[in-house]
Design a protein around this ligand. Sequence first.
Ligand SMILES: NC(=O)c1ccc[n+]([C@@H]2O[C@H](COP(=O)([O-])OP(=O)(O)OC[C@H]3O[C@@H](n4cnc5c(N)ncnc54)[C@H](O)[C@@H]3O)[C@@H](O)[C@H]2O)c1
Length: 353
Amino acid sequence: MKVVVTGGAGFIGSNLIRYLITNTGHEVVIVDKLTYAGHLSSLPDLQSNPRLSFERVDIFNAIAVKQLFTEHKPDWLMHLAAESHVDRSISEPDAFIKTNIVGTYNLLHSAKHYFDNMEASRKSRFRFHHISTDEVYGSLEIDDEPFTETSHYNPSSPYSASKAAADHLVRAWYATYGLPVIVSNCSNNYGPRQLPEKLIPLVITRALSGSPIPLFGSGENIRDWVYVTDHIEALYAIICRGRIGESYNVGGRNQLTNIEIVELICELLDQAMPMSKNTKIKRNLRDDLTRYADLIEFVPDRPGHDLRYDVDTCKISRELAWTPKVTLNQGLQETVRWYLENKDWWQPLIDRK
Ligand SMILES: NC(=O)c1ccc[n+]([C@@H]2O[C@H](COP(=O)([O-])OP(=O)(O)OC[C@H]3O[C@@H](n4cnc5c(N)ncnc54)[C@H](O)[C@@H]3O)[C@@H](O)[C@H]2O)c1
């Protein structure tokens, strides 16, 4: 198979690329604009992988997108490229509209033309897999049942609204033009190579440098967390065996309040790198700070902050036999270990701000 992966230099994309190169024999083309969120340093060595190639393309550019299909003739398109940070979508929504909505439209438009003209022998295996978020469903109250694939969309932030718009476009290209699409909606991912602007790496990197750890509101918002490799195994099961035209929810079955997860990470850091041994902290901080959790600071809440997300994952379990394998404790330990061992990856991202 020839697989084109948009957003392949981002957090989930780069972990997906590693999975495809290690676990399959597919030829993989990474398509990425390399925004502030995309890094070649997240990818396996391009030179030593003959099955891997890279195209620096902005999916907002319709001509460049069309050329991608003409040149690479994919069997599968896995579309992850997006502006993905909710806080940025509130302060600068423009890029979210351009990339998440118009960029997705450009891919659909070119994919339809490409699919219509594909040779019959390859046509049956073509898939357009749109990778989306559970945030499109909006917020749950504490006692509400989790969202299913038939829950109605009710996005709150410019980010989730732009992803919801893209999901609708993707489904319309199936209903109207018969493009073989699949959509997946996943909860919060965590793991190696996630930018320090997202909650879990933010906590780890702030703690390790002795900086305040900001927490919105009272920290009572609830999120479901899935380890990135579990999400990727779900994506692979979906593109291989998912039903065309369907949506699949993906989640980790780990619901915690933000304060709970932050305190858990701080405890893991206390074990892995006690403050007393952290030379950076010893230089900078007052003596009365002994645990990383002492660095937590509550900050004014994000506008429109959704209270709770949770997805029902029965459909993917039943149809594709996928369930998450990594427990929250295992995943967090592995994530903490990765950030401790890979400061060369994340420190330059913090320093360049
Ligand atoms: N991170 C999560 O918890 C999560 C959960 C569910 C779904 N998702 C979805 O998964 C996808 C990947 O998320 P992520 O966390 O890896 O995001 P990310 O921000 O880490 O990476 C996004 C990638 O897209 C690239 N990109 C952005 N604009 C582009 C453009 N115009 N043209 C080409 N490339 C562009 C960036 O350079 C970057 O490499 C997104 O679509 C996101 O909505 C993420």
